[in-house]
Design a protein around this ligand. Sequence first.
Ligand code: WTA
Length: 647
Amino acid sequence: MTESLYPVPAEWARKALVDAERYRALYRESLDDPEGFWRREAQRIDWIRPFSRVDESSFHKADFAVRWFADGTLNLSANCLDRHLAERGDDPAIIWEPDDPAAEGRTLTYRELHRLTCRFANLLKANGVERGDRVTIYMPMVPEAAVAMLACARIGAIHSVVFGGFSPEALAGRIRDCDSRLVVTADEGLRGGKPVPLKANVDEALRDCPGVSRVIMFRRTGADVEMKEGRDIDWAAAMDAAPEDCPPVEMGAEDPLFILYTSGSTGKPKGVLHSSGGYAVWTSLTHQIVFDYRPGQIYWCAADIGWITGHSYIVYGPLANGATSLMFEGVPNWPDPSRIWQVVDKHQVEILYTAPTALRALMREGDQWVSRTSRKSLRLLGTVGEPINPEAWGWYHRVVGEGRSPVIDTWWQTETGGMMIAPLPGAIALKPGSATRPLFGVEPALLDAEGREIAGPGEGALVIKRSWPGQMRTVWGDHSRFFETYFTTFAGYYFSGDGCRRDADGDYWITGRIDDVINVSGHRLGTAEVESALVAHHSVAEAAVVGMPHEVKGQGIYAYVTVNAGLEPDAAMRAELISWVRKEIGPIATPDVIQFAPALPKTRSGKIMRRILRKIAEGELSSLGDTSTLADPSVVDQLIANRTLPV
Ligand code: WTA
């Protein structure tokens, strides 16, 4: 494989916060003297009571724990807001760019964001929310979403943000799992000119959530929505009545900050729980050094706040650093495929952080959409969420950045809280497709199938050998599932679920998930989730779902479905099942292919052989491997004969 190398430009080496020598020294220190390293780095956060203990984590069953700075206290909303007021209270905290380019945007200074957050925190309290209570946030990309998150953090309530693209069913499941009593939403969202019926979705979800007694609704579009007397509250009217003074609550470093549901290989999505002290240190540190962020720069993370990237790099990391964070309501290709670059020019964005899937989609539209814009303000280009193919990397670097800006590929996960492997722009030479080197305190290893560490170059399962401050603390309500999911595949290690290659230089190349998780347009989905949605349909007897390569989405969803006896599957049923899955989970889970199969390949003990299904979906028919252990090998020929192409 030929690999191009982009050495650190001289100017970056000279001016960046971390150059090559400093990276080496600090990385060494972070592993050799973690106590000293983190004691110092944690000073970037304002602690109310200083911590004396640093890392008390263990990945071993006997004394299993993930715990950092445990006796320290702080308030993360105060770190993101109050402490900036004296020096940069009038600086923009959030620049909001609405869906419609002709509509008026908003800029909220730190002072304004602080005021709104205090008011909203008081509103939550007035509606019975107490420290430790869960609040579900189902919002479009408006500053009020960040206000709601920060207000929870201010009073010690635990927020659970649910992506606005999830269906009422998916929302209801997430509300019930963490037992939220209050939901924050909007009348409608707006994406690409189309309304998203958020309030109607909440109303539908709440039919199955008897525990919810309050809904606070922000009016985004002014649509005519139903308001349920005694339950639903209008944001604007209630905010006017809420007092402005709301002192931040002193929280323990290990008190929960938020729950964020994410998909795994088995069962329903799990509530990943993050606490506040270590998370604050981790997101603020990584945001600063990976983006080489300096106050005053306009920074844009184009993720949705419904995902971890939005939590860590639209809200907490940048605001803890006093940054100006741009929040975009719309989509990259509306009204036309130059929208992202128009927004960059309009707001003079210097740092852009987006997903490979968006780049691949825009790349297909042709360079003219990019070249008609200036983009001179851009100085750093980041990516996250899925492996970036060298073509998309090259396009980002050459066409978007005109060779001037480093492309920073950041590998991390909902579970890791923040970036883990990424090239620091002043320190590490870039390789298209490689996330390169671990950040401070991150000790990755590659394991072979027997769980032995691979030394030097090689490929294996990506694990992390010791805790880092941003690590998730537990699965909400199921601590043993936390341990089982991440620390038992390879005893004593955190297992990421990803495969990875390390080259001769020591650079890391993520190869993708090696469990039953698929990554569709940068969105994580469990194949089991899609399967259980399918089998919930009255016509379906059995379903097996695997990923398939997809040019734009990275991976697509390929579903094998066996219908109930006596039914004749046809195009109408296919369409019906597709819309069923959209309704059960949301549009992101729309199957690309549904192949009706009279039978699925099973072992004699009845286990579905997914390896074979994956190969068929990938079109790799010549490398199906050993099929002799199947109960009925002829099933495979049938599947191949009926292989279905995406519609
Ligand atoms: C994948 C998103 C390759 C990976 C922050 C991981 C990546 C999953 C990269 C987590 C990258 C994320 N290169 N793969 N730079 N970043 N992934 O929890 O498979 O939504 O396990 O967190 O996305 O997805 P999640």
